[in-house]
Design a protein around this ligand. Structure first.
Ligand code: ZN
Ligand code: ZN
Length: 342
């Protein structure tokens, strides 16, 4: 591959993006037959059944209204990778999905096990939205349109590179696109938050487009002496120590723990719980671990009830303090304690 010395390693000369380091496990899935092999395995081996409807309890959110104090970090889990982050006196949403399905179509595709933990009508005023990448379980057309209709230009959209056109097609113009390690400030009535874009190991594709013509990312937020890391969607990779050094230490680390089986296929793109706990250690091993990307949409083959069990086991195995592990219930709110000495 010819590379332009002026181009960052994750940029391709044709404008697309790539993972600029070797992906562990990528060779095992090589070739074009991987999706077929996965589907064939599923047909021949079956997979764990869907959980009963009452398997995922829903609790009443404790949202600060209209906003939390500037030095408070208050997180509410809506489901999957959607959180209301009350940070720096602002209200931010991550990868907002309120639709019933994570799909380009309304009548087919993975449907939620439970309704959103925070009802649409109960949303406080939202100042900004963080979008980690373009997959349907993270970037939902209906939700984007509804957010724009409701909050309009008050809403600041923060994305990795190459989302401006897609959002523009929906009438959204207040967009800040960030490359890895770029930063921007989100300011609103209640305060301001510094948002840094950081690497993740993933990929993008939506509809009939080329692979990786939009960037994927994680984000680190800083405000009022508090720091929050939102891991987006990612396989385990060796970049976490650098993210921790440059952007930490974090009061809260939101990490994906679901959508990991079959391992031979999912490993480059999705961490399993053990890897997520390891990444938390790499990032600095302090602050609350917040488990996300599970318990909402059935995307892969593992038992949907397994991610929290394995996350707890990996946490104990690593000898980490019980009170720092938060596996939220749908709708649950947590006021994140300050880092010791922070
Ligand atoms: Zn994804
Ligand atoms: Zn995902």
């Amino acid at each position: 591959m010819t590379s332009d010395p002026k181009l960052p390693a994750h940029h391709l000369p044709d404008g697309r993006f790539r993972t600029p380091w070797p992906e562990e496990g990528a060779e095992e899935r090589g070739g074009g037959g991987a999706v077929l092999r996965w589907q064939w395995e599923r047909l021949t081996h079956g997979r764990a059944p869907d959980p009963p409807p009452d398997a995922f309890p829903r609790v009443e959110p404790r949202v600060a209204r209209p906003r939390a104090p500037a030095d408070e970090v208050r997180l509410t889990w809506v489901g999957h990778s959607t959180f209301l982050l009350q940070v720096g006196g602002l209200n931010l949403l991550t990868d907002p999905v309120w639709s019933r399905r994570a799909s380009p179509l309304r009548w087919i595709g993975p449907a939620r096990f439970v309704p959103p933990g925070l009802a649409w009508d109960d949303l406080p005023p939202i100042d900004a939205v963080l979008v980690s990448h373009d997959h349907y379980d993270h970037l939902d057309d209906d939700t984007v349109r509804r957010l724009h209709a409701r909050f309009g230009a008050a809403l600041h959209w923060i994305t990795p590179l190459a989302y401006r056109e897609w959002l523009g097609d929906r009438g959204i113009t207040r967009v800040t696109e960030l490359d890895w390690w770029d930063e921007a400030t989100v300011a609103g009535e209640g305060g301001s938050v510094r948002v840094a874009c950081a690497p993740a190991q993933h990929w993008t594709r939506r509809g009939p487009r080329e692979f990786n013509d939009r960037l994927w990312a994680s984000f680190a937020l800083t405000a009022g002496g508090r720091r929050v890391y939102f891991g987006g969607d990612s396989g385990y990779f060796h970049g976490y120590p650098e993210i921790g050094r440059r952007l930490g230490p974090f009061d809260a680390v939101l990490m994906p723990v679901g959508a990991y089986d079959p391992r031979w296929f999912m490993r480059p793109a999705h961490m399993n719980p053990e890897e997520a706990v390891r990444a938390y250690g790499d990032l600095g091993g302090a602050g609350d671990f917040v488990a996300m990307h599970w318990g909402t949409f059935r995307l892969t083959d593992e038992d949907p009830l397994e991610p929290p069990v394995r996350t707890r086991a990996a946490w104990r195995e690593a000898g980490l303090p019980e009170e720092r592990l938060w596996i939220p219930r749908h709708g649950e709110t947590r006021v994140v304690p300050r880092l010791a000495g922070g």
